[in-house]
Design a protein around this ligand. Structure first.
Ligand code: MV4
Length: 494
């Protein structure tokens, strides 16, 4: 592979091109009229305008991208995340054109894109599933049978959905009929496929995902896990690696499940297997993302592996140069997503010009972004400005380092989620590890941003106090009555 077309924009296009340059591979950018002055366009060896700002007329148009690939003589295409990255038709077109997609086959995308066939694969590979219907549910009668087995609340999910799209909660038997009809007609109009299935609704889960990497020679490894529980409306806000609630035994089990699932769909390249973990520490397969993820940097930090480089090596047909035994977790990484959104105003996108833009620097800080001071944040795309990543020897130090990096970040001209992130990572619930997917709803109010912020030290002191308590109550020699630990989730300190 000598020349790679990056079919994406913004920070991820730049991130991919940087690795290409390190590997002596030429880069081709495609850009919309809104991105003419973007950093990724300047960084690329060649760049081609592919149309108007709307992604439906540029970044999502398969023919335009194939055209540029041919014209430029690119022999590989990296799709990044979003846009065409999980589009099986795009993968198939590239297969036909003899251009290597840096990603899995169209077949793997199809199997995992359809949530029912993904679950079927998981079942075959003995990967635990949330209790629910076996396959699609077509009638009220079937739905009621499942409901009696698994109990309420339930979730009805669209097979063609995913990432939180096409889900409906059902809290009692009386509303099944209505919710099932709504779910099926929504699925039909949104995805063109009315198939739905039912699962028990795990009400306060952790969202933990496993990074896998597979070559074309039958080798597959897991690169450990990330906790992405802190989200807002299915948009992740804070991610970390490794997931602090997992014991080494669970980590190994979940990693091995992720690898079996990948093998079950003949997966090639980098992929992510999402799990829910409930308060009894049972884990269940949710879905598989057949692309490089936004939050991949935290995995890179703790493993020392460049995932984009590995994707390219695998696409070239090389064997993985390491085995599972070679992989070790070292340290802890946090990522906060810096969005141009106003946390004081219901996180409304706040686009405009980056009047001031100064990145934090120093030990253990990585910023993946695509903007410079003076640039405008286009209204047409996701309003993410940057991913701020910190790495340190342990979780507490990574939190302290993140707090410092946030304080060092200077952005003016647009409201950002930085101060919300500072609040969240220093919250006692986050520091102690006692949080779930409802963190934002449970713990955040805009007025908290104007209060003197809970000092990190206070949260840390409270947390360290709770460790002292839990180790005392766990020790066999202690017969002193201890105040019970009320936290559902306990951090596992490796
Ligand atoms: C669930 C669930 C609870 N129980 N499935 C949301 C995204 C998509 N990947 C699946 N999602 C969920 N599926 C069952 N059976 C809760 C969610 C969910 C969620 C999951 C992870 C992170 C944040 C979330 C927010 C709302 C719902």
């Amino acid at each position: 592979m000598k020349k790679i077309l990056v079919a994406n924009r913004g920070e991820i296009a730049l991130r991919i091109m940087r690795t290409c340059r390190e590997m002596n591979i030429k880069t081709v950018a495609v850009f919309s009229e809104a991105d003419r002055n973007a950093l990724f366009v300047r960084f690329a060896d060649e760049a081609y305008c592919i149309g108007p700002p709307a992604s439906s007329q540029s970044y999502l148009v398969i023919d335009k991208i194939i055209d540029v690939a041919r014209k430029s003589g690119a022999d590989g295409v990296h799709p990044g995340y979003g846009f065409l990255s999980e589009n099986a038709a795009f993968a198939r077109r590239l297969e036909q054109e003899g251009i290597e997609l840096i990603g899995p086959s169209a077949h793997s995308m199809e199997v995992m894109g359809d949530k029912l066939s993904a679950k079927e694969t998981a079942l075959k590979q003995n990967v635990p599933l949330v209790p629910g219907s076996e396959g699609a549910v077509n009638s009220l009668e079937e739905a009621k049978v499942v409901a009696r087995e698994v109990g309420f609340p339930l979730l009805i999910k669209a097979s063609a959905g995913g990432g939180g799209k096409g889900m409906r909660a059902v809290y009692n038997e009386e509303s099944i009929d209505e919710e099932l009809h709504l779910a099926m007609s929504e699925a039909k109009s949104a995805f063109g496929d009315p198939s739905v299935f039912i699962e028990r609704y795990v009400t306060s889960p952790r969202h933990i995902e496993v990074q896998i990497l597979a070559d074309k020679h039958g080798n597959c490894v897991y690169l450990f896990d990330r906790d992405c529980s802190i989200q807002r409306r299915h948009q992740k806000v804070i991610e970390e690696a490794p997931a602090s609630v997992l014991t080494p035994e669970m980590r190994k089990k979940m990693g091995e499940c992720a690898v079996s699932l990948a093998k079950g769909c003949n997966y090639k390249g980098a992929g992510t297997v999402e799990f829910l973990v409930d308060d009894k520490m049972d884990f269940f397969f949710l879905e598989m993302n057949t692309r490089l993820q936004v939050e991949h940097p935290v995995t890179e930090m703790i493993t020392g592996i460049d995932l984009v480089k590995q994707q390219i090596l695998v696409a070239r047909g090389e064997k993985l140069a390491f085995t599972q035994e070679d992989l070790k977790i070292r340290g802890h990484a946090l990522e906060v997503r810096v969005y141009a959104e106003d946390p004081r105003n219901n996180f409304l996108p706040d686009i405009g010009k980056l009047q001031t833009y100064r990145r934090p620097q120093g030990p253990g800080v990585r910023v993946d972004d695509g903007f410079e001071e003076g640039m405008n944040i286009p209204i047409y795309y996701d309003p993410m400005i940057a991913k701020l990543v910190t790495y340190a020897e342990d979780r507490i130090t990574a939190i302290q380092r993140m707090t410092r990096a946030i304080d060092e970040y200077e952005i003016s001209g647009v409201a950002t989620t930085l101060e919300f992130c500072r609040f969240a990572i220093n919250h006692e619930a986050f520091v102690s590890g006692n949080f779930d997917t409802h963190f934002v709803k449970d713990h955040f109010k805009p007025e908290y941003l104007d209060e003197p912020q809970i000092a990190n030290e206070v949260a840390l002191a409270a947390f360290i106090g709770s460790i002292a308590l839990s180790s005392a109550s766990n020790s066999e020699s202690s017969n002193v009555q201890q105040k019970p630990i009320t936290s559902k989730w306990k951090i596992n300190r490796r």
